[in-house]
Design a protein around this ligand. Structure first.
Ligand code: ADP
Length: 284
């Protein structure tokens, strides 16, 4: 559905010496995939996101959406931005209407849909993010942090995107709010076949939710692999300023101390099952 072919990007600083932010990045996104995007600060993640919705154009290489080059002259970027929905960091800062419902209607209205269609989409989007009906007509500013964020995501969902890109969507939320948002993205993937690209600093989150992880390092795509494969490169990740999930280290330590467990465990439920199995083997 979305394909990057050898994409490089240099920020033009005006003085002739630009900053090379991306170097020869290639990957593709298929419908219904959950992709985790990780990398140290300055590795090129934000630049990549801006390229995906055409806010920046590749200095070299091409980005194809459904086979069409989004950088070509006359390409309909407005349409692209409704199909590839972007949830920026702290999206609730962009809520501005008097009511939650009006806020969610704003995007569909902006692309010229009828009032009826806008309202239908707003209802559906608010329901799908699990916001209770009694919140629909209150000011978004009366809601909790997690609820505000869900309203902001509903605003993007009302555009009916095929791909949803989320930049650190759980930043600043408490653990319950954080799980709600991650479970929501997972549901959107499973129930609606929406592809998710989740930028996260939390290795536990990408280990648990992603089908595939893209690892950026100094503007290059270092790995494009399943979570188990990516987190088997613990030493390489540490050199890039990243890490494996905490549970991976614990399981490796247990193995070093002679406990009969696998050393490629990346989630807590998996670790629990593995420890129980080892215990049963030892005490049949
Ligand atoms: P990340 O999102 O992973 O932190 P960025 O895409 O923001 O990485 O940054 C990649 C590189 O591009 C860094 O070296 C950063 O300093 C540089 N960069 C980012 N934005 C700009 C800009 N507007 N002008 C010049 N250089 C930039």
């Amino acid at each position: 559905m979305l394909e990057l072919e050898n994409v490089s990007f240099t920020y033009d600083n005006g003085a002739g010496v630009g900053t090379r932010a991306l170097e020869g990045v290639s990957f593709s996104v298929e419908p219904g995939e959950f992709i985790g995007l990780i990398g140290h600060t300055g590795s090129g993640k934000s630049t990549l996101l801006q390229l995906l919705i055409g806010l920046l154009k590749p200095t070299e290489g091409r980005i194809l959406f459904e086979g069409e080059d989004i950088g070509q002259k006359g390409y309909d970027l407005k349409k692209l931005r409704s199909r590839v929905g972007m949830v920026f960091q702290y999206p609730e800062h962009q809520l501005f209407e008097e009511t939650v419902f009006k806020d969610v209607c704003y995007g569909p209205q902006n692309i010229g849909l009828s009032q009826k269609e806008c309202e239908l989409r707003a209802y559906e989007a608010l329901r799908s993010v699990g916001l209770p009906d009694e919140c629909f007509y209150v000011s978004p500013f009366e809601l909790s942090g997690g609820q505000k964020r869900r309203v902001a995501i509903a605003g993007i969902l009302a555009m009916k995107p095929d791909i949803l890109v989320l930049d650190e969507p759980t930043a600043g939320l408490d653990p319950a709010g954080k799980n709600e948002i991650l479970d929501l993205t997972d549901e959107l993937k499973r129930d609606r076949n929406i592809s998710i690209i989740l930028v996260s600093h939390c290795m536990e989150d990408v280990a648990e939710y992603a089908d595939r992880i893209l690892v950026m390092d100094h503007g290059r795509l270092k790995y494009d692999e399943s979570p188990v494969v990516v987190f088997s490169h613990v030493e390489e990740l540490e050199k890039m300023g990243l890490s494996a999930p905490a549970v991976t280290y614990i399981m490796r330590k247990l193995k070093d101390r002679g406990v009969d467990v696998r050393n490629n465990i990346i989630t807590i439920p998996e670790a629990g099952a593995e420890i129980m199995a080892a215990f049963k083997r030892r005490h049949p």
